[in-house]
Design a protein around this ligand. Structure first.
Ligand SMILES: NC(=O)c1ccc[n+]([C@@H]2O[C@H](COP(=O)([O-])OP(=O)(O)OC[C@H]3O[C@@H](n4cnc5c(N)ncnc54)[C@H](O)[C@@H]3O)[C@@H](O)[C@H]2O)c1
Ligand SMILES: [Zn+2]
Length: 704
């Protein structure tokens, strides 16, 4: 091997530093900002850095492990056997070079596999080393490359035993055994009593991601950049594993290891077995056809999850294993697989206009508007400029030429500025209400934010109204509809929702059908879109003539008073029993209730006072229903710990509907600890305090 020049050595060290920084950010779920420029690094640029390093210094330590992340987590560790590795990639700005990487892999695999039977398929018009590219059908398989976080689930005799994330060294992964119990697609029990590990990807479906972003926005928290970042951060709930449930994550498998006498011989058969016979969702796996790569890329927009390419591998499992690994025989990348990454297209439009929008918590975000450019099969003419800090660092304003990228993802990304830098011009007035704006540090230095200072901001009013509806469980009336109703003058406060009829909704510009559905939503008529028009009209009419009954705690939480949310609502409802009593309570009275501090108590009194007319008005339409007394569990305190197949919520609301109370931690006041799978420190605490620990079967007896 030729000796490296001093210049090459320096460049290699530089690349190692930057890649390791980016891997750390990636693993943590942060934005991948370049450590020096603080500009977002695209996956394409990142892959190019790795390739450059591989060419300069193939023996770099960085290639010894699946990631160069420096994250050392304090979490407990799970030992992965066999290790979780990475996959070689075919990716390049230049499609010919990328295809050559794939064809070389096909060629080398066929060379090493020996005799393969079956009909021969051709990659039409493609050549490798002067020969047409062809391969026997069924020799290779293809599957989406999910863009999430790798995890291995270990089952013993069909029961979930432990789970760990893919770590830097491939072996010692952060334990997420409790957390995965709150992930959709991870059963506590398999359909068969087998022992094996199922490996796959944790993801957040786009439909779930939308819901997560909404609730973050409502809570005034920082939004997640994309579903993958959210998943990486969302699964790492080491302090409160139950919180994972709120993250709305899903699991999809792509391999099974360690199963004794497997009833499958190929990857495709394994997929079917996992789905059908174990009951765990597995990524769709089909025979590979070169032409499919384009079909896959064209259909990205129809998916409910994000992908960044297609995995192609050797279908026969024994053959696959026989090919071995590159480099380390245990942790090296498998030679039998390659990841075809989608092209990351870039466009460099010039910003024509910047649109400012006030969000529900008063944050004002900037969207760049430019002449349409074609990116990954769609026309793009707008993209978010992230936050004021991003614009400030990169000196982006109207007239700047920016780079926008999109690679197999739904959301286009502004990755930086090309030319025409100039100081951003932040509006002095809120675009929604005209109040003064201010710049504020949002959490980290990266997050300089522009916010509205007005307290009667119409954008924030919409937020309050949406919060009211969502807390009451009203389905099918989202932010844009509510905005329209507010802007059209049909709704201004809570009570207006119940005055809303089809005609007044139509006056805001909604169609007849949209108006009918909006009214049906407010009236909480179940499945209105499944009813015929006549029946729906009748149901609406009948419903508008009767008051709606709402649990008191829910109504109180729906008011959206600062920190007083659902748990405060429940505590107050069970303490006072009626809205009237809560309304007449003093700060001192409120403070006596568990979990209500002075600041919250003061906020409640002030809000109820200021909104007293609005509440009176609302009570013409809704009847708050206090907690039932005389229930079988009156005055009995429960605490739940661990995972439950039906979900903890299910059991908690059963207990509450029987008059019992649920708390999140064990204390002397606790009467029973209900333990599910994986209950740990709470059980220990209960034992210490000599509190009976029961399971759900025993709880059911108490409920009777
Ligand atoms: N922009 C940046 O700064 C930055 C930084 C770090 C990483 N990245 C990107 O993140 C990726 C990380 O690379 P990596 O080496 O960890 O590998 P990777 O995550 O891209 O690919 C390997 C992984 O793919 C997953 N996978 C998804 N679907 C699969 C399927 N059907 N079958 C098998 N495996 C499947 C597995 O979890 C496997 O571990 C790269 O694509 C890189 O571009 C970007
Ligand atoms: Zn405002």
């Amino acid at each position: 091997m030729a000796k490296l020049t001093a210049k090459d050595k320096k460049r290699a060290a530089e690349l190692e530093r930057v890649i390791s920084h980016l891997d750390t950010a990636y693993e943590r779920g942060d934005d991948c900002l370049h450590p020096d420029t603080r500009i977002i690094v695209s996956d394409g640029e990142y892959d190019a850095m790795r390739r450059e390093l591989a060419a300069l210094q193939p023996e770099s330590d960085l290639f010894a492990t699946a990631t160069a992340s420096e994250l050392v987590s304090a979490a407990r560790k799970i030992v992965h056997d066999p290790p979780l590795t990475s996959i070689d990639k075919a990716s390049h700005e230049n499609i010919e070079l990328q295809e050559e990487q794939l064809f070389k892999w096909i060629h080398d695999s066929l060379d090493n596999l020996g005799e393969q039977s079956g009909k021969v398929l051709k990659a039409k018009g493609k050549e490798y080393k002067g020969e047409p590219v062809s391969y026997p059908a069924n020799t290779f398989y293809e599957a989406w490359k999910l863009d999430g976080v790798a995890v291995a689930l270990y089952y013993v005799d069909g029961k979930l035993d432990r789970a760990g994330l893919r770590p830097r060294d491939g072996v010692n992964g952060e334990a997420v055994t409790e957390q995965v119990q709150y992930v959709s697609g991870v059963p506590a029990k398999l359909k068969k009593k087998v022992t094996c590990s199922i490996r796959g990807e944790l993801i957040c479906k786009l439909s779930d991601f939308e819901i997560v972003q909404k609730s973050l926005e409502e809570a005034g928290e920082k939004l997640r950049a994309n579903p993958r970042n959210h998943t990486a951060g969302g699964i790492r709930q080491f302090k409160t594993p139950e919180k994972t449930k709120l993250m709305r994550l899903s699991f999809i498998g792509y391999t099974i290891e360690g199963l004794a006498n497997p009833p499958y011989k190929t990857e495709i058969e394994r997929a079917r077995f996992c789905n059908d016979e174990l009951g765990v969702p597995y990524i769709e796996t089909k025979p590979f056809r070169f032409e499919d790569l384009q079909t896959y890329e064209n259909s990205i927009a129809d998916l409910d999850f994000e992908v960044d390419g297609v995995i192609i591998g050797v279908n026969n499992l024994e053959d696959n294993e026989q090919l071995g690994r590159r480099g380390d025989p245990l942790t090296g990348n498998p030679k039998g697989k390659i990841a075809w990454k989608f092209r990351e297209e870039e466009a460099t439009p010039t910003i024509r206009e910047i649109e400012w929008q006030t969000g529900r918590t008063g944050k004002i975000v900037a969207v760049a508007i430019f002449d349409p450019v074609r990116l990954a099969g769609t026309n793009v003419s707008r993209a978010t400029l992230h936050n004021a800090g991003f614009m400030e660092r990169n000196q982006i304003s109207i007239g700047s030429m920016i780079s926008v990228r999109k690679a197999g993802k739904i959301i286009p990304k502004v990755t930086g500025v090309i030319s025409g830098q100039s100081k951003p011009d932040f509006p002095a007035e809120c675009p929604a209400c005209g109040a003064e704006t201010k710049l504020q540090e949002g959490g980290s230095a990266e997050m300089l934010e522009l916010v509205c200072t007005g307290d009667s901001c119409s954008a924030q009013n919409v937020s309050g109204l949406c919060h009211y509806l969502s807390t009451l469980g009203v389905l099918g009336l989202g932010e844009s509809r509510v905005s329209q109703l507010v802007e059209g003058g049909a709704v201004n406060d809570f009570a207006d929702f119940y005055r809303l009829d089809v005609e007044s909704a139509m006056a805001t510009g909604l169609t007849h059908r949209q108006s009918t559905l909006a009214v049906a939503a407010v009236q909480m008529i179940p499945d209105p879109d499944k009813m015929d028009e006549d029946a729906l009209d009748k149901a609406i009419e009948a419903s508008m003539q009767t008051k709606i009954e709402v649990p008191l705690w829910q109504l109180f939480a729906a008011f959206g008073i600062g920190a007083a949310g659902k748990s405060a609502g429940k505590a107050l409802a069970s303490h006072f029993g009626s809205l009237e009593k809560i309304r007449t309570a003093s700060v001192e009275d409120l403070e006596k209730v568990d979990d209500i501090g002075t600041i919250t108590a003061e906020a409640i009194v002030a809000w109820l006072d200021e909104n007293s007319k609005q509440i009176d008005d609302l009570l013409d339409f809704v009847t708050p229903v206090g907690p039932k007394s005389g229930g079988t569990l009156d005055g009995v305190n429960f605490c739940f710990s661990g995972g439950f197949p039906e979900g903890k919520k299910h059991w908690e609301s059963l207990v509450e509907s029987h008059g019992g109370k649920c708390t999140s931690s064990v204390s002397k006041k606790t009467n029973y600890l209900v333990a599910g799978s994986g209950s740990g420190s709470k059980s220990a605490k209960a034992n210490k305090l000599e509190i009976p620990i029961i399971d759900t079967a025993e709880l059911e007896k108490l409920l009777r």
